[in-house]
Design a protein around this ligand. Structure first.
Ligand code: ARG
Length: 561
C-alpha cells in the first residue's frame, strides 16, 4: 500500500523510483512500522552509510499526508501511516460492492487466454482442474482490471482417436446408443478399443482409414465425429457450470483444418521448412531444441501446426496485447518450439505469447494416471467433496435452509481453491480432509468468515457511511484489517502481473485471519453508536473484499453457513 507514492516521494539524492519501489518492504513486526525501506543496497552507489541514507530520506517520507511519522532504525527507514487518514479510505471499499480492488489499467487492451482446452471423447479428469480454474481466475482478474478478455477453449477435437472411436462404436455399440449415453460410456468404448487393439493390430488400420474419411469430409464419418463431440461437450458443459467457467470461443483443433496452408506458405517463403524423412520440419538446433514437426510424411498436420494457425487467427481476430496458454509444464518444450517458430516467421504477436505453466495434481492415496483406468474423474471428486461438505454443514448448522445449494458451493469451492492457493508451478497432493478443513487455509474457511460478516451485518444493520467516523477504530487488530482491506487492489494487480491467482487467494486468507482476530477480540454490536458504526463498516468492507476475491477465483460466497 502506498508503494507508488512513497517511491515517488523518496526518489531523491540520485535514487530512482524503481530502486525505491523494489526495496520497500513490510516489516516483520507491526511495531516496526507499516512499511520500511532498507537502505543497505544504496550504500555503495551513494558512498554513505545506510543509517545516514535513511536519515536523509526521512523528511521526504514525513511530508506525505498519509504518513504519521518515520524513524531511522539501523539501516532502515521505518514508516508509520496515519491511522485516521488510512481508515477513512475503507468507506470506499464498503461502498464498492463487487468492485473492490478493481482498476482501469486494462482499458482498451485485449488479452486472449487459452485454458481448459479439453480433449473430445475423454471425460474431464483431475488433471484438467488446474488449467480450467487457473484460466478462469486469470480471466476474471484481468476483467476486474478493465481488460477485454477472450477465453478460448482450444478443443482437442482432431486426431486418430476419432477413428478408433468409430471402429469401437461400430463393433460394440451404435451411434444411437452413444448418443443416448454419457461420456463415461464413450470412454469405456475407447478403453475397450485399446485392449482389443493390443491383440488385434488390424484394428488400427481400420481406425486410420476412418480418420482419413473424417479428414476427407465423408458424410458418415462426420456424423460419428459430431456425435462424439456433442456427447463430450454436454458433459463438459455441466462441469463448467459447476466451476463457474465460461468461454468466448470454442475454436478447437479441427477449426484450423483449412487455416494451416497459409501458415505453411509463409514458412516455405521464408525457407524455414526442411524435409526430413519425408516429413516437413523447422530446424531449431540453433536454439537447442529438437526440430518442430509440422507435416508428417503422409501429409497429416500436427498439434503444433494447428497452434501456429491458431496464433495467426487470434492475432487477426482479437488483436491481442498478450496471448496466454494455461497448460501443464509437461508441454514446456511444445510452447518453446511454437514461440520460436512464430518468431522465425516474423509473426506480429510473437513476443506476446506466454506459456502459463502449472504443476501436477495427484491424489493423496497414490499417483494418478490417465492410462489403464487409474483415472480420477473430476466429477467424482466434486461429488465427493460436496457430499463431505454436506455432512460437515449438517453437523454445524442442521437447520440451515438451502442446505444442498450451500453444500455444492462449499464442496466445489474447496476443490477449486485447492488449485489456486499455491504458486502455479507447485505440484499439488489433493486431500479431501485438507481442502475441507474449516479452520485451514481453505475456501470453506473463507466462506465461513464471509458468512460470519454477513450475519453481523444482518444483526447490526447496514453501516452509515456518511456519518462514519472510522477513527473509532483505534485498536491494532482493527488497523491490521483496514490495511489488508485497502491493499487488496495491490494483490489483484500483482496476480495479473505475475499471472498468479494465488496472490488473490493468499490475500483473502490473510484478511480473513486478521478479521477473525479482530472479531474475537472486539464485539461489533456495542452500545456506543460511533464505535458500532465503525466496526460494522469495517465488517462490510471485509465482506466485500472476501466475496469479491472468492468471485475472482470462481467460488460462491453463501450468506449463511
Ligand atoms: N488439448 C491439449 C491437452 O489436453 C491442450 C491444448 C492447449 N492449448 C493449445 N493451444 N495448445 O494436452
Amino acid at each position: 500500500m502506498y508503494e507508488e507514492q512513497l517511491s515517488k516521494a523518496l526518489s531523491v539524492e540520485g535514487l530512482s523510483q524503481q530502486d525505491i519501489e523494489g526495496a520497500l518492504e513490510t516489516p516483520k513486526e507491526p511495531k516496526l512500522g507499516d512499511i520500511c525501506l532498507p537502505c543497505f543496497k544504496f550504500a555503495r552507489a551513494m558512498r554513505l552509510a545506510p543509517p545516514v541514507i535513511a536519515a536523509k530520506l526521512l523528511p521526504y517520507a514525513q511530508e506525505q499526508e498519509f504518513v504519521d511519522r518515520a524513524e531511522v532504525a539501523g539501516g532502515y527507514l521505518n514508516i508509520f501511516f496515519n491511522r485516521a487518514v488510512i481508515a477513512d479510505k475503507i468507506k470506499e471499499v464498503a461502498l464498492s460492492g463487487n468492485r473492490a480492488g478493481s482498476g482501469k489499467e486494462g482499458e482498451g487492451k485485449t488479452i486472449c487466454i487459452d485454458y481448459s482446452s479439453v480433449n473430445i471423447a475423454k471425460p474431464f479428469h483431475i488433471g484438467h482442474l488446474s488449467t480450467t480454474v487457473i484460466g478462469g481466475a486469470l480471466y476474471r482478474i484481468f476483467e476486474h482490471l478493465g481488460y477485454k478478455v477472450v477465453g478460448i477453449n482450444h478443443l482437442g477435437d482432431w486426431g486418430t482417436q476419432f477413428g478408433k472411436l468409430i471402429v469401437a462404436t461400430r463393433k460394440w455399440s451404435s451411434l444411437g446408443e452413444v448418443e443416448k449415453n454419457d461420456e463415461y460410456f464413450l470412454n469405456s468404448l475407447y478403453v475397450r478399443y485399446h485392449k482389443e487393439a493390443e491383440k488385434n493390430p488390424a484394428l488400427d488400420d481400420e481406425a486410420r482409414a476412418w480418420f482419413k474419411r473424417i479428414e476427407d469430409g465423408d458424410g458418415e464419418a462426420t456424423q460419428y465425429f459430431d456425435v462424439f463431440k456433442q456427447v463430450t461437450m454436454k458433459a463438459v458443459g455441466k462441469i463448467y457450470d459447476r466451476l463457474r467457467i465460461k468461454f468466448d470461443s470454442y475454436a478447437g483443433e479441427s477449426f484450423y483444418n483449412d487455416k494451416m496452408d497459409s501458415c505453411l506458405d509463409i514458412l516455405r517463403e521464408k525457407n524455414l521448412l526442411v524435409e526430413s524423412d519425408g516429413a516437413q520440419v523447422v530446424m531449431l538446433d540453433e536454439y537447442d531444441m529438437p526440430p518442430c514437426l509440422l507435416v508428417k510424411a503422409d501429409g497429416a498436420t500436427l498439434y503444433a501446426t494447428r497452434d501456429i494457425a491458431a496464433a495467426y487467427y487470434r492475432k487477426r481476430m482479437y488483436d491481442f496485447e498478450k496471448c496466454l496458454y494455461v497448460v501443464a509444464y509437461q508441454q514446456n518444450l511444445h510452447f518453446k518450439q511454437l514461440f520460436q517458430v512464430l518468431k522465425l516467421m516474423d509473426f506480429a504477436g510473437a513476443k506476446d505469447m506466454e506459456h502459463i505453466a502449472f504443476g501436477m495434481v495427484s491424489m493423496e492415496d497414490g499417483a494418478m494416471s490417465t492410462r489403464n483406468g487409474r483415472v480420477i474423474w473430476l466429477k467424482d471428486v466434486l461429488d465427493k467433496a460436496v457430499e463431505k461438505a454436506a455432512a460437515i454443514i449438517d453437523e454445524k448448522n442442521p437447520n440451515i435452509k438451502d442446505k444442498a445449494a450451500i453444500a455444492e458451493s462449499v464442496g466445489v469451492g474447496a476443490v477449486v481453491f485447492s488449485a489456486l492457493f499455491n504458486n502455479r508451478i507447485k505440484d499439488i497432493v489433493f486431500s479431501f480432509d485438507k481442502v475441507l478443513n474449516f479452520d485451514g487455509e481453505t475456501s470453506p474457511y473463507l466462506q465461513y468468515t464471509y458468512a460470519r460478516c454477513a450475519s453481523a451485518l444482518r444483526k447490526g444493520g447496514e453501516p452509515d457511511c456518511s456519518a462514519m467516523d472510522v477513527s473509532a477504530i483505534t485498536d491494532d487488530e482493527g488497523y491490521e484489517v483496514i490495511k489488508s482491506v485497502l491493499s487488496f487492489g495491490d494483490s489483484v494487480r500483482q496476480a495479473a502481473k505475475l499471472r498468479e491467482p494465488c496472490c488473490v487467494s493468499r490475500h483473502i486468507i490473510d484478511l480473513a485471519e486478521k478479521f477473525n482476530r479482530f472479531y474475537i477480540g472486539h464485539r461489533i454490536i456495542v452500545d456506543d453508536a460511533a464505535v458500532r458504526n465503525a466496526r460494522l463498516l469495517l465488517t462490510k468492507a471485509t465482506a466485500n473484499v472476501i466475496r469479491t476475491g472468492l468471485c475472482l477465483l470462481g467460488i460462491d460466497a453463501p450468506e449463511e453457513m
